[in-house]
Design a protein around this ligand. Structure first.
Ligand code: KG4
Ligand code: ZN
Length: 376
């Protein structure tokens, strides 16, 4: 079963071709450089670039399949060989999602194949089941054993999800304000890093002292499985202002602007702030995961999303799984944590098997719409 999957939920144009769970092509076009100067994603620009680059990224994916399968001239793989198209229809940036959905609809209709509409966060959860072109599980997991407890940590989401069976999701906890990745990116901006800042913050953190500053762990010790990260970002901002001599206790929250204080900080201070921030974020994620595992007693603990690329977070979660003696899986390699279309193709496999969100006729396909606020 050959699946071509598209993800344009944010600023990366991503296309993958899978044979079942085996990823045989995986191509990204990242617009990070374009958006760096803006300190965030510019929706119109993202849409324009998705539209411009999708045909090229698809063409490149087809080329990769032919190289990977070593096919000769007479038996070349083409879009005619695709059995299913799959696309992210939410959550994400509305007009960015739309660009991918439009392309997927055109392809499904042109090649008379069904279209699978996939939830991006389900993709992050299912990412660990991706296999390489030779069929070897990349993240060392053969299959899901239910119930599973999943932790998703990305730029837009921080959720604890109980999964009783394929696509039977129950969100038991989530952030009440900013996502963990959003908090890290905002602190990155305060410290003068580019966007997104996760990778740079994580690297700076590895060189810093995580006990140098005592940042709060909002909601970490309450009775819920929820998170809160917006106060953490504000605490870092106040600390930076104190260090740079710009702190004023009269300053109202509304007046705080992301000024470039980073120029006045030493490299050591930046590393220490990054390390102390990651320590606080990791504490919150680990404490709530532990609590949820102890309550729900899952057979497996699975994590996904861009922030899981943090080495310090992975180490803390590995330690937690050892302490609780639970099977633990995280996406390997790093690109499987951040946004990619391979995970959308993996999730589509299980949707096809369970007959979820498969659109076959032209009338059905045309009606598929973006759902920017889609929940699991
Ligand atoms: O899953 P993802 O690629 O996109 C969304 O669905 O949002 O996650 C992006 C987030 C960003 O906030 C980015 O800064 C963060 O993941 N991130 C990291 C690392 N790499 C990416 N955070 C911490 N450490 C990293 N190495
Ligand atoms: Zn994502």
């Amino acid at each position: 079963m050959k699946i071509l999957a598209i993800d344009t939920s944010c600023d990366d144009t991503s296309v993958a071709i899978l044979d079942g769970l085996n990823v045989i092509a995986n191509v990204f076009w990242s617009k990070v450089k374009v958006h760096r100067d803006w300190g965030g994603v510019v929706p119109n620009e993202a849409k324009r670039q998705h539209e411009e680059f999708l045909p090229l990224v698809i063409e490149e994916a087809i080329k990769q399949v032919n190289i990977s399968l070593n096919l000769d001239e007479k038996n070349l793989f083409t879009l005619n060989n695709i059995d299913y198209f799959a696309v992210t229809y939410g959550p994400g940036l509305a007009i960015a999602l739309e660009a991918g959905i439009k392309k997927a609809k055109d392809l499904a209709i042109k090649y008379h194949k069904p279209l699978v509409a996939v939830n991006h966060m389900a993709g992050h959860i299912y990412s660990v089941l991706a296999r390489d072109a030779a069929g070897k599980p990349m993240s060392k997991i053969e299959e899901f054993e239910f119930p599973i407890l999943a932790l998703t940590v990305s730029g837009g989401h921080t959720e604890i999800v109980l999964i009783k069976n394929h696509f039977d999701f129950d969100i038991v906890g989530q952030t009440v304000d900013d996502a963990a990745g959003e908090c890290i990116d905002k602190v990155g901006r305060i410290l003068g890093f580019g966007f997104p800042a996760g990778k740079e913050i994580d690297e700076a953190a590895s060189k810093g002292n995580s006990k140098a500053y005592k940042f709060p762990r909002p909601m970490a010790y309450d009775d819920t499985f929820n998170f809160s990260f917006s106060g953490l970002k504000t605490a870092v901002l106040y600390e930076v202002k104190k260090l740079t001599g710009e702190y004023s206790s009269n300053q109202s929250k509304r007046k705080i602007k992301f000024i470039d204080d980073s120029k006045k900080l030493s490299a050591e201070q930046i590393n220490d702030i990054a390390a102390s921030l990651m320590d606080a974020v990791i504490d919150c994620l680990v404490l709530k995961s532990k609590k949820a595992i102890l309550k729900h007693k899952p057979k497996m603990f699975v994590v996904g999303g861009g922030v899981i690329a943090s080495q310090a977070l992975r180490t803390a979660l590995i330690d937690l799984s050892k302490e609780l003696n639970i099977k633990f899986y995280y996406p390997i390699p790093f690109w499987l944590c951040t946004d990619n279309a391979a995970m959308i193709g993996v999730a589509a496999n299980f949707m096809i098997k369970n007959n979820i969100n498969i659109f076959k006729t032209n009338e059905e396909i045309i009606k598929i719409d973006r759902v920017p606020g889609l929940v699991l």
